[in-house]
Design a protein around this ligand. Structure first.
Ligand code: FEO
Ligand code: CA
Ligand code: CA
Length: 535
């Protein structure tokens, strides 16, 4: 990328002061030498591990800063289960040591949460417990005497869960409602340039089932028996699968139906030269698609145009019912098309992908990195990272080039890339998600537990992943997010010991050890090696 283009990119990525506050290293990159990684790393990478521990390379350390069931406020609300995406927004741009943290709670594990066992009916109490564990937490955090801690009973501390009423921002009511009950399946997300958080409803059908539309009829199918609430409560599936925008100061949320309904993994924002916002989002399912939304106005994602990627021809295909007879015929109105966005994508010829998960934008090149976790149906077990390069580096462009940035496998040392984050020097951190049922089995045996990898983007080590951390048994690292100092990495440790079903199957006791039950936690990773990499 030329210097001029790079300056322009950094300019539009930092047009608003809110964006500057939330993405501090993007501004910093404009002034500093970036991406240098010397001939020797400041740490020795670890090897794949099968230990029930959070193993870190020498020179890194971690501290648990939030933990499942940690009290949040005087109302008795607790930090939820299976924490995933993390966003951190400083309360003041002048104070990097205090801010509001958003944490997704993707799903519940009944064994730990409600005591429900497969093959038995769920009691009302069990439904209620499970529905309280999902959604997200807003947590006021402060760094005090060198440690990140919750500000107890702060007015900002609150929960969103599967009971929270959330308005549906759509052209018309959805199944007669303008308000949905709750949010769930909250996987990854994004931060808007105006400092709100986007939380993505991914595998909603596990909880509420799915509505199938065929030949003018709507049929309901049940969710996954382990997670499903369909036998206790009838929640319309069409009220879920959206991107939800949350104001962390007020706790107010809204579902942005203009971004389409599918298994949204994330919602990654970029600002166009004219101030409109572009949101990239993957549909994490085998052979599903990559989407991009262009807002109609600055400062709002309530209206705009949705596009889907044709990777082979390098085109963003519009899902525009007004101008496409095929879409006009298939859907009764725009809201119908947004509800059934997957069907619309197929009608216009979107490219099937290998489970598009997290998306991050390289702060230096402007290239869009898309984690394609795997596609076992298509024989792709290890996944890859796809790089999208918008024409003229303009996020409004409807043409792009693409290339595989790196592929997982025994040669590269990682498998199933999922969550990513760029550090303040423009290098990539990558977390893997080998599913719990496949971990330690062929072909995943060589990779051990899930890991966290560092990938320099420049110099002799460019594109070579080195392992920094290994997760406890059954767990996955999710939600990597740098603190405002750029040298502390907040990281979720999600689903340690998942789906144990019975105590004798419990494969993890992290973080307590011994005979204790495992607990999903947020940790802060720092240390001399991190300082050395990011100074
Ligand atoms: Fe919730 Fe696609 O990971
Ligand atoms: Ca994920
Ligand atoms: Ca995943």
């Amino acid at each position: 990328m030329s210097d001029i283009t790079r300056r322009e990119f950094i300019h539009f990525m930092s047009r608003s002061t809110a964006a500057a506050a939330t993405l501090p290293w993007i501004l910093e990159c404009a002034h500093k030498a970036v991406r240098p990684v010397g001939p020797t790393l400041p740490f020795t990478p670890i090897k794949a591990s099968t230990e029930d521990a959070l193993v870190l390379a020498d020179g890194f350390n971690f501290e648990v800063i939030l933990r499942w069931r940690q009290p949040l406020n005087k109302k008795g609300e607790l930090f939820g289960f299976n924490n995933d995406y993390i966003a951190f927004l400083p309360l003041s741009p002048l104070d990097p040591n205090e801010g509001l943290m958003w944490v997704n709670h993707e799903y519940h594990d009944p064994y730990y949460v409600s005591g429900w066992r497969p093959g038995t009916p769920r009691t009302t109490e069990q439904f209620n417990k499970e529905r309280k564990e999902v959604g997200g937490s807003i947590v006021h955090m402060r760094k005090y005497e060198g440690r990140w801690q919750i500000v107890a009973d702060s007015q900002f501390n609150r929960r969103l869960d599967a009971y929270t009423p959330i308005p549906l921002i759509s052209e018309r009511p959805i199944l007669g409602h303008r308000v949905a009950l709750g949010t769930m399946g909250n996987c990854a997300g994004g931060v808007t340039p105006w400092g709100t958080v986007l939380t993505c409803e991914e595998n909603y059908e596990n909880f509420v089932g799915e509505a199938i539309y065929k030949d003018g009829k709507r049929t309901l199918v049940d969710g996954d028996d382990y997670l499903s609430w369909t036998k206790g409560v009838k929640l319309p599936p069409e009220h879920y699968g959206w991107v939800v925008e949350v104001n962390l100061k007020s706790g107010k949320a809204k579902k942005l139906c203009a971004l389409g309904r599918f298994a949204h993994e994330c919602a990654t924002c970029s600002v166009a030269p004219d101030g409109r916002v572009v949101v990239y989002s993957g549909d994490d399912a085998q052979d599903e698609h990559l989407y991009k939304f262009i807002s109609r106005r600055k400062g709002s994602l309530e209206e705009g145009e949705l596009y889907v990627a044709d990777i082979k021809r390098g085109r963003w295909l519009p899902l525009n019912r007004r101008e496409d007879e095929r879409l006009k015929k298939a859907f009764t109105d725009h809201t119908d098309m947004m509800i059934r966005a997957r069907e619309a994508a197929k009608i216009v010829g979107a490219t099937p992908l290998d489970r598009p998960e997290d998306i991050e934008i390289d702060p230096l090149s402007g290239h869009i990195f898309v984690a394609l976790t795997n596609n076992k149906k298509g024989g792709n077990y290890f996944g890859s990272i796809l790089k999208i390069m918008e024409k003229n580096n303009n996020p409004l462009s409807l043409h792009f080039d693409s290339a595989t940035f790196m592929a997982g496998g025994p040669e590269t040392g990682f498998a199933c890339p999922d969550n990513m984050v760029f550090d303040k020097k423009g290098n990539l951190w990558l977390a893997t998600d080998i599913s719990g049922s496949a971990m330690k089995e062929d072909p995943y045996k060589p990779f051990g537990n899930n890991g966290l990898f560092y990938v320099p983007l420049d110099g002799a080590r460019a594109g070579v992943a080195v392992q920094v951390a290994s997760a406890p048994n059954g767990a996955e690292f999710t939600g990597p997010c740098f603190a405002p100092d750029g040298k502390t990495l907040f990281l979720s440790v999600q689903h340690p010991g998942e789906r144990a079903h019975f105590r004798e199957n419990m494969r993890s006791s992290w973080p307590g050890g011994g005979t204790s039950e495992p607990a999903p936690c947020v940790v802060a990773v720092s240390g001399a090696a991190m300082e050395s990499l990011l100074n």
